[in-house]
Ligand binder design. Sequence first.
Ligand code: NAP
Length: 284
Amino acid sequence: MAKLLNGKEVSAQVRRAAAEEVAQLKQQGVTPGLAVVIVGNDPASRVYVNNKKKACAEVGIYSEEYSLPEQTTQQELLDLVEKLNKKQEISGILVQLPLPKHLDDKAVIAAIDPSKDVDAFHTQNVGRIMLGDYHFLPCTPAGVMELLRSEDIPVEGKNCVVIGRSNIVGKPMAMLLLHQNGTVTICHSRTQNLADICRGADILVAAVGKAKFVTADMVKPGAVVIDVGMNRDENGKLCGDVDFAAVEPIASYITPVPGGVGPMTISMLMKNTIMAARLQAKLL
Ligand code: NAP
C-alpha cells in the first residue's frame, strides 16, 4: 500500500507560511499584488481564476481580476499587460491560458515584465530555470518538488522518468529533477518501449493528459508515482493519468487526483507572487 502524497495538507502548510511572509512584508510597507487576466468564457479557466483569487485572499495578497470579452484584440491585451507592467500595486501578472485562438499567447507572454512573470513562462525565466539560477519556477513542477520534499523523498541519484514534454509541465519538471541530481528521462508520444522505460523509474511523473495511461505493469514496485494529469473519466469524474486503483498497491508513494498535485499549483503561485514583490522591492 502506497503512502498518499497529500497535496491538500502540504498546500495548506505552504499557504500558512506564505500568509506569515505576507504579514511580515506588509510590516515593511510591501503588499504583494497579483493581476489575473482572463479572456473569454472558458468554464475551466473561470474556475482556475476564481481559485487563484480565493488563494490570494487567504494569504493576504492583494488581487485584481481583468475579465476581457472573447473578441478582445491582440493590441488591447498587450496594452493591458503594458499597463500592469507599470502598475506599482501589481507584483505579479498572470494571463490565464489558453487564450482564444485569434490571440498570440507567445507575444502576450513575451510582453510581461520578466520580474512580474509569476507563471515563469517568459523566455528569460525559462532560460534562468535551464541555468539553475532562477527567481520563479513554473507552479506545477514546483508543486511536485514541494510534495517530494514534504516527505523527504530523495531525488539524488534516482532514476526519474517524466512522461510528457510540454513547456508548462514536462520540460521544466525534468529540469527541476535534474537540478536535484536525479537521472532524468523524458518520454513523449514518439517514445519507443515506454513501459520498459517507466518500469526503470524510481520516481515516475505522468503529465500526459490521458486517463489511466499509467498502468500497473509500467510501475516498478516501490516507485514514487506523481500524477499531474487532470482528466475526466467515462463518468465525467475528475481523474489523473495513473490507474490509481491498480498502481497504488505497488507504489511506495502516490499522489491522488484530486487532492495531489492540483492544490499545490495555486499555492506555488502565491509563493511566486511574494517573490515578485520582494524582487520589485529589492528585499531578497
Ligand atoms: P500537453 O501540452 O498536452 O502535453 C502532453 C504530453 O504528453 C506531450 O508531451 C505528449 O507528447 C505526451 N503524450 C501524449 N500522448 C502520449 C503517449 N501516448 N505516450 C507518451 N507521451 C504522450 O499537456 P500538459 O499541459 O503538459 O498537461 C498534461 C496533463 O497535466 C493534463 O492532463 C493537464 O490537464 C494536467 N495539468 C495539471 C496541472 C495541475 O495543476 N495539476 C497543471 C497543468 C497541467 P508529444 O510532445 O510527443 O505530443
